[in-house]
Design a protein around this ligand. Structure first.
Ligand SMILES: Nc1ncnc2c1ncn2[C@@H]1O[C@H](COP(=O)(O)OP(=O)(O)O)[C@@H](O)[C@H]1O
Ligand SMILES: N[C@@H](CCC(=O)OP(=O)(O)O)C(=O)O
Length: 367
């Protein structure tokens, strides 16, 4: 299984490479253009070998600190956004200068979670990335930090990279960081063993995924959830050290390879599960939780005990089990106000024009 995961990464035609802040910036020296050049070298080599590469580059905040006289990563959103606006300019310029050594043009693509969640923006971003690829330019993607609000933020760029991999239909996602793979515990805290392959969720039993470094944001936990997200869309993931970029991009046996799930989620269900923002919650009784989670049935009005949020038919909502535990997500077929009227009632007792599931099984994804 793993052999085939590494083989599919080695032979992938379309690749998303995500580079973490810790690999490109440091608190003392800011943006490290020498390391960035080495990464561009490895990416260019893979492109010359026939692959399309989209780069997701973190590092805007890290690159903006020194020019603003800041000595540590700010905690408040406004200062982070100010640092990102300064740093993004330097970061994009550095990528442009680096790829120019090869006569290669770069394009900057700044996205927010909202862009990925809304179909029109989603399609526009897809088209831009596609056209850049057709024109042999490298897209340098980052979160649009200056407009993203706390609620709109990606968990971090690992998640953004996995969503971009889905968006461009990539065959592989390579996450480059300051650590050379997934360990069973945080390697900074002492003895830990590298895990070369993750084929199923059981391979993660007992793994402690800790927080990131001074400049990283998500730590290992966000890389694991990004790997799962990519796996859901059928994309194999390699997590490796940025210092091993040349090996990682040329198919060498480095880092941790994550196998994709054998059957990928449909684009619609992937969107419901990972990309869309939820507009409200439906609260389910035990029987309804069993029906939608274990039996993969549609959610009927009889199993709903409460509704919160002001949403409309067609919005994505969270399905909450007893104890306020989110158990599924789905596209709702009624407005919130209509559900207030029908909750707890069996479908046969509803007016004829309302006799349909509240969330159809095809529009529902268990978490
Ligand atoms: N189980 C683990 N395996 C590997 N690294 C881990 C683990 N738990 C925590 N880490 C830490 O996560 C860091 C990488 O996350 P982060 O700093 O967010 O990187 P990036 O900036 O590349 O996104 C590593 O430097 C490592 O110390
Ligand atoms: N958009 C931010 C990066 C946020 C982020 O996810 O950072 P990292 O965990 O280092 O990939 C920036 O460019 O500084």
């Amino acid at each position: 299984m793993l052999g085939s995961t590494r083989e599919s990464i080695a032979s992938a035609h379309s690749i998303v490479v995500k580079i973490g802040s810790s690999a490109l910036t440091s608190l003392v020296a800011g943006l490290d253009t020498h390391r960035l050049d080495l990464l561009a070298d490895a990416i260019e080599a893979r492109m010359r070998a026939g692959s399309d590469v989209v780069v997701v580059s973190s590092g805007a905040v890290g690159a903006g600190l020194a020019p603003l006289g800041l000595t540590k990563r700010p905690r408040d959103l406004a200062t982070k956004q100010a640092a990102a606006s300064v740093g993004q300019l330097a970061l994009a310029h550095a990528w442009g200068t680096s790829f120019a050594r090869y006569g290669r043009t770069v394009g900057q693509v700044l996205l927010t979670a909202d862009d990925i969640a809304r179909r029109t923006q989603h399609r526009n971003a897809q088209r831009t990335l596609d056209r850049l690829r057709a024109l042999h330019a490298v897209a340098i993607v980052n979160e649009n930090d200056t407009v993203a609000t706390t609620e709109l933020r990606f968990g971090d760029n690992d998640r953004l990279a996995a969503l971009v991999a889905h968006l461009v239909g990539a065959d592989a996602l390579i996450l480059l960081s300051d650590v050379d793979g997934l360990y069973d515990g945080d390697p900074r805290k002492g003895d830990a063993t590298l895990i070369p392959e993750v084929n199923s969720p059981e391979d993660l039993d007992g793994v402690v995924a800790g927080s990131g470094g001074a400049l990283g944001t998500g730590g290992m936990a966000s890389k694991l959830s990004a790997a799962r997200l990519a796996a859901d869309s059928g994309v194999p993931v390699l997590l490796a050290a940025a210092s091993d970029a040349a090996q990682a991009l040329s198919g060498a046996d480095v880092g941790t390879a994550f196998a994709p799930r054998p059957t990928r989620l449909s684009a619609r269900r992937f969107w419901v599960r990972h990309a869309a923002d939820t507009s409200g919650d439906l609260h389910l009784d035990e029987g309804a939780v069993r029906a939608v989670v274990s039996k993969r049935r549609s959610l009927l009005s009889a199993g709903i005990v409460g509704v919160s949020g002001d949403f409309h038919a067609g919005d994505v909502v969270s399905l909450m089990g007893p104890g306020e535990k989110p158990v599924a997500r789905g596209v709702v077929a009624f407005d919130a106000a209509e559900i207030e009227e029908i909750l707890g009632r069996s479908t046969a007792d509803l007016p004829a024009d309302m006799q349909r599931p509240v969330v159809h099984a095809d529009d529902l994804v268990a978490l």
